[in-house]
Design a binder for this molecule. Sequence first.
Ligand code: NAD
Ligand code: TYD
Length: 354
Amino acid sequence: MADFTKKILITGGAGFIGSHLVRLFVKKYPHYFIVNLDALTYAGNLENLRDVASFPNYEFERGDINNEKEMARLFERHQFDGVIHLAAESHVDRSILDPLSFARTNVLGTSSLLNSCMNSWRGDLKGKLFYHVSTDEVYGSLGKEGFFTEETAYDPRSPYSASKASSDHFVMAYHHTYGLPVIISNCSNNYGSHHFPEKLIPLMINNIKNNKPLPVYGKGENVRDWLWVEDHAKAIDIIFHKGKIGDRYNIGGYNEWKNIDIINLLCRIMDKKLGRKEGESAKLITFVKDRQGHDLRYAIDASKLNRELGWKPSLQFEEGLEKTVDWYLENEEWVKHVTSGDYRHYYDQQYEKR
Ligand code: NAD
Ligand code: TYD
């Protein structure tokens, strides 16, 4: 252990973004020791990290950020220099079905983790960092014009975004009150491999493949700003190493799409890949009851991150989407595994009456 220059705790590392971040750090920084703490909820999957599981600078720890005793033992064992916090309940539709579990994990869980850091780092905060990974959804919903900047006032509107906004406030409160060194980043919608098929893009890919209806909420006019997940992981890497303590950074793709346009594009890509007649998959499009409180548009102004730290997205959306489709078609076992059990129950509950 003595040879490692830093010990970093990544929470939620078995999830979608977390697994990409863990992979990046474990491979890029062999002189860092990375501990991945994850409760392995329905969204966490160790298969996501099979390729780095046996690396000497990586360790997985199953645990719940809410469990203070467990966290205290972990912090005692490792003396972390930094924490990158991604563990969360992350799906808006689930937050509408069960808001309290979002308050529990995202608000209480984050506060509890902040406490664990304070207890472990007490008196010696030099060189330490609590990096909180958050979402652009805390800013609320945009009209047709404008962008979220780091100065945009918080205006969360779903139980998910309210719980993330609240966790962001706790992070800043620990900074201002106790001097905890923190950074927050707020990112737009991610897409890529290992994305749980409850979210728009992987759900549509899976349904197109299986000839199932493609449930478009409302008229499909809502707009999201999509970012390749590996570009998000790279942004976190840069901010973790070069970001200013106490600051926040917006991360986005400069890549706004209406939902219906993405679905049509996916249908065209998959018609080709699956050898279907052009227009065949689009016949599956089904307009269903809108999401309650559905935010119209998210769009990020990421110019601060570009200006101050030199980050910009690397991949064009059409190319990224095709790579994503390829990954899902090549990884049928993964999809089969994560869509068994609880997924079916959730899917019926969410879509059966729409
Ligand atoms: P995800 O749902 O795929 O993964 C979340 C992970 O957290 C899972 O592995 C789960 O097992 C773990 N987890 C949940 N509760 C836990 C607990 N109590 N203790 C320990 N681990 C627990 O989520 P994601 O899409 O990878 O998002 C990761 C983070 O990034 C979240 O904080 C989310 O709010 C934020 N974010 C996501 C997006 C996006 O587009 N997916 C965009 C911006 C920000
Ligand atoms: P989602 O992937 O859940 O991300 P978020 O709500 O956090 O932005 O949804 C992206 C968009 O796609 C959102 O406007 C809701 C819409 N959507 C559908 O139209 N149908 C679906 O089945 C899902 C899951 C989402």
